[in-house]
Design a protein around this ligand. Structure first.
Ligand code: FAD
Ligand code: UDP
Length: 366
């Protein structure tokens, strides 16, 4: 390349694309970032709905991380509101703390276990597994069959269209089991929501003289020859025209509802419905954002096979197919793939930020 100033195109203005854009821009590079949607922020996009409530269009996004560096990085673009997410799971019409903790056991089975008693309970009911390979193994190995059937089996079937035995261990391993009474969904050191919302945080991140932003623009319509390097954050199989076949991604349909005369719909941010309804969970946004409003807005999530790709589906055969695309990707010198869809990894937001910072560093050093 010599001294020629490289021109970068970034495809996708979610966490992956926006963080790379900012890093390259701060290092003096010229960056054009596009997204086929009408807005930035990717799946973390939030907006004020028609009733004045701040909602997340693509489902509830709660920021949590143990990575101080990542939290500090994002703190350049937003202030925060401390928020610890709590979830209840409905079983036989009653709400129980979820992830399963000692209170869940005591309420469900009418017991008075202390911490040692809860540990003993799990020891008695668990079905020890020699090797923990699938999500079924994870849950049976830690809490046994009854709790598996009450809280995990049907939720997983609904969410993925698959049995837990058909999914890798990492999916269910996201959910801990506790002998104490901690009822927080996450236990990370940093748990907070961007004070003015995710979209504002992204706008601040992309507000840089070296960055131009174009929404409503699809990579398929771009003349690639104008650019020296592409950072691609969409689905990797689409980049290669699905030449080895489509990589499966799980989608969702979001049903948003505003309740004008209901100040509070449910007692916590999210209520999970493992066994009832076609939706997996209901989230009430005011819990997450702390907003005061006479009414409230909620969202129901209906899993589906077709539609925008939201989740990679962690199974051996999918990862084998991904690997074939990844081998192609690794032979590219002028394209970088980063993010949840491009790397086909079940990444949380903070992990995407970490991956994007690493990718930007590689590009700048390369
Ligand atoms: P995305 O946000 O998907 O961004 C990719 C962008 O690329 C999209 O905007 C897309 O429009 C664009 N794009 C794709 N193809 C093209 C193309 N051809 N041309 C132009 N643009 C294109 N994480 C957490 O940490 N906490 C949570 O509570 C949490 N909750 C979640 C809830 C749901 C329902 C979902 C689906 C995810 C949740 N996540 C959560 C995960 C989080 O959304 C992701 O980790 C993160 O948003 C991924 O960022 P990304 O930039 O990799 O991908
Ligand atoms: N899960 C479950 N029951 C629940 C909540 C989660 O069986 O009440 C399982 C399910 O397989 C789900 C996985 O645990 O896909 C991970 O849950 P998490 O809440 O982390 O999913 P996400 O917020 O990423 O959709």
């Amino acid at each position: 390349m010599g001294n020629k100033v490289k021109k970068f195109l970034i495809v996708g203005a979610g966490f992956a694309g926006s963080v790379v854009a900012r890093e390259l821009a701060d290092a003096g590079r010229d960056v054009h970032i596009i997204d086929k949607r009408a807005h930035v922020a990717g799946n973390a996009y939030d907006e004020v709905d028609a009733h004045g409530v701040l909602v997340h269009r693509y489902g509830p996004h709660i920021f949590h991380t143990n990575g101080e560096r990542i939290f500090q990085y994002l703190s350049r673009f937003t202030e925060w509101r401390p928020y610890e997410h709590r979830v209840l799971g409905v079983v036989n019409g009653k709400e129980y703390p979820f992830p399963i903790n000692r209170d869940t056991l005591n309420q469900l089975y009418d017991l008075q276990l202390d911490e040692a008693g809860a540990a003993e309970f799990f020891e008695k009911v668990r079905e020890p597994r020699e090797s923990v390979r699938t999500s079924e193994d994870v849950v049976l190995n830690s809490v046994g069959r009854d709790l598996y059937e009450k809280f995990f089996l049907n939720y997983t079937r609904k969410q993925w269209g698959l049995y837990p035995s058909q999914l890798k261990a990492g999916v269910a391993a996201r959910i801990p089991t506790r002998t104490n009474t901690d009822d927080r969904y996450f236990t990370d050191i940093f748990q907070a929501m961007p004070l003015h919302g995710y979209t504002r945080m992204f706008e601040n991140m992309l507000d840089h003289p070296n960055i131009t932003v174009e929404t409503g623009a699809d990579f398929a319509d771009v003349d690639r020859s104008t650019y020296d390097h592409i950072v691609y954050t969409g689905p990797i199989d689409a980049f290669y025209g699905h030449r080895f076949g489509a990589l499966p991604y799980r989608s969702l349909r979001f049903e948003h509802e505003h309740l004008a005369d209901t100040p509070q719909y449910q007692s916590v941010g999210t209520v999970n419905y493992p066994n009832d309804h076609a939706y997996t969970r209901i989230t009430e946004f005011k819990h997450l954002t702390g907003q005061q409003h006479a009414g409230t807005s909620i969202v129901r999530e209906y899993p589906q096979a077709e539609g925008d790709p939201y989740y990679p589906i962690p199974r051996d055969e999918n990862e084998a197919l991904f690997k074939r695309y990844e081998d192609l990707a690794q032979s590219e010198s002028d394209v970088t793939f980063v993010g949840r869809l491009a790397q086909y990894r079940y990444y949380n937001m903070d992990q995407v930020v970490g991956a994007a910072l690493a990718a930007a560093k590689r590009i700048l050093e390369g």
